[in-house]
Design a protein around this ligand. Structure first.
Ligand SMILES: O=C(O)C(=O)C[C@@H](O)[C@H](O)[C@H](O)COP(=O)(O)O
Length: 376
């Protein structure tokens, strides 16, 4: 039943956390931002917007218009677009900017953009004055289904991906579905990598819909894309609510990332998008899943891994750089945060829609997974 005129629609999802820290994930126009800030108890009057040089020109005016009329005083900073901005240097630059403006603990930080901006601005919010209120305004698929939800903030380090950061939850997430219509095709496909990941680890029904509706997704059919994004976000909401600090099943969200993060590091941050690296990583992880289930795998993968592989293949991951050796990639995995004193842990599939952690993985299975990801 539609909501009566003038009433506030319910949030699409609530991330349930202890200590009164529940927060909503709204799928609503950016024009509703002032109302959501008010309802979250944030009054300013100053707000800091961190964005990037691609998203800022597209949506900063909408944010200013939404807030200006409600008496907010908006300060904005745009960092260069791309993974290279997830650096200790850019984080320090955001701190310098905010502190020069004279922020106080009531000043919200609004992260307007994709995963890079969210992680960078989130880590700045976590560390400024030991914590400023954080609001995510995700404008990409990857951010709307994944990175804006769950409180992982941080930057990359030369030794590995996301090695400097903090768990710091936002006060709410406001995802405007219309922003997905301006995404470059490459970014759309990159975001779909995390959608595929959520489906493969936890939602077999979503796998089926992705298989059926893939072309409409790439065409950005509003209804199809909107539903898929909400369902993929719901997977993330459920996982985070069950394991906020990744002491258990939250690690399953790292499917494809142990391989993918190594690819990103060895390619040089920014050479590939995060989603492209994750797509390559999922190819390797699906092969590893098949090897662990059935021993040595030659040629076509056995069921159900062939099905998972076919879905990952729709992401059309780029080729792995031939100049980067498998040994270099395997070395780069050693900084993975899931590692324990017993060694690396990988996320593998038991079935389509069901994943688990695997330890004591033989080196030859890892090597075979890299070769498969290279198409050998
Ligand atoms: O939120 C999580 O938990 C995730 O693992 C989501 C991932 O898709 C995300 O890319 C995350 O940053 C993974 O990297 P991590 O090694 O920093 O956990």
């Amino acid at each position: 039943m539609p909501a009566p005129p003038g009433s506030t629609p319910p949030p699409a999802a609530v991330v349930a956390l202890p200590g009164g820290r529940d927060y909503a994930v709204h799928f609503d126009p950016l024009a509703e931002l002032a109302r959501h800030l008010r309802e979250a108890g944030l009054r300013g009057p100053r707000a800091l917007v961190v964005t990037d040089e691609t998203v800022g020109p597209l949506y900063l005016d909408a944010v200013r218009a939404a807030l200006g009329g409600a008496g907010w005083d908006v300060e904005a900073l745009a960092v260069p677009a791309g993974e290279a901005s997830k650096s200790v240097g850019q984080w320090s630059g955001v701190l310098d900017w905010a502190l020069r403006l004279g922020v106080d603990r009531q000043t919200p930080v609004l992260a307007l953009g994709g995963g890079v901006v969210g992680d960078l601005a989130g880590f700045a919010a976590a560390t400024l004055l030991r914590g400023l209120p954080l609001v995510h305004l995700p404008t990409t698929v990857i951010a709307q289904v994944d990175s804006a939800i769950g409180g992982k903030t941080g930057v990359n380090h030369a030794t590995g991906k996301n090695l400097v950061g903090a768990f710091y939850q936002p006060r709410f997430v406001l995802a405007d579905p219309a922003t997905l219509q301006t995404l470059p095709d490459r970014e759309l496909r990159s975001g779909l990598a995390e959608v595929v990941k959520h489906a493969l680890i936890a939602d077999a029904a979503l796998v089926e819909r992705l298989e059926r509706d893939w072309d409409q997704l790439l065409d950005r059919d509003e209804a199809v894309l909107g539903r898929v994004v909400r369902d993929a976000a719901a997977v993330k909401v459920g996982v985070v609510a069950a394991d906020e600090f990744e002491t258990g099943d939250r690690a399953l969200l790292n499917f494809g990332h142990t391989f993918g993060h190594a690819v990103e590091r060895e390619a040089g941050y920014g050479a590939l998008t995060h989603g492209e690296a994750v797509a390559l990583g999922m190819r390797a992880a699906v092969h590893l899943s098949a090897s662990l289930a059935s021993g040595r795998v030659a040629g076509v993968l056995p069921a159900p891994f062939d099905r998972a592989d076919a879905l990952v293949a729709r992401l059309a991951p780029p080729a792995l750089d031939a100049a980067v050796s498998d040994d270099a990639l395997t070395d780069a995995m050693q900084t993975d945060k899931k590692r324990t004193s017993r060694g690396l842990r990988f996320v593998v599939l038991d079935d389509v829609g069901r994943a688990r952690l695997a330890e004591d993985v033989p080196a030859d299975a890892i090597a075979a997974a890299w070769r498969y990801a290279r198409g050998e």
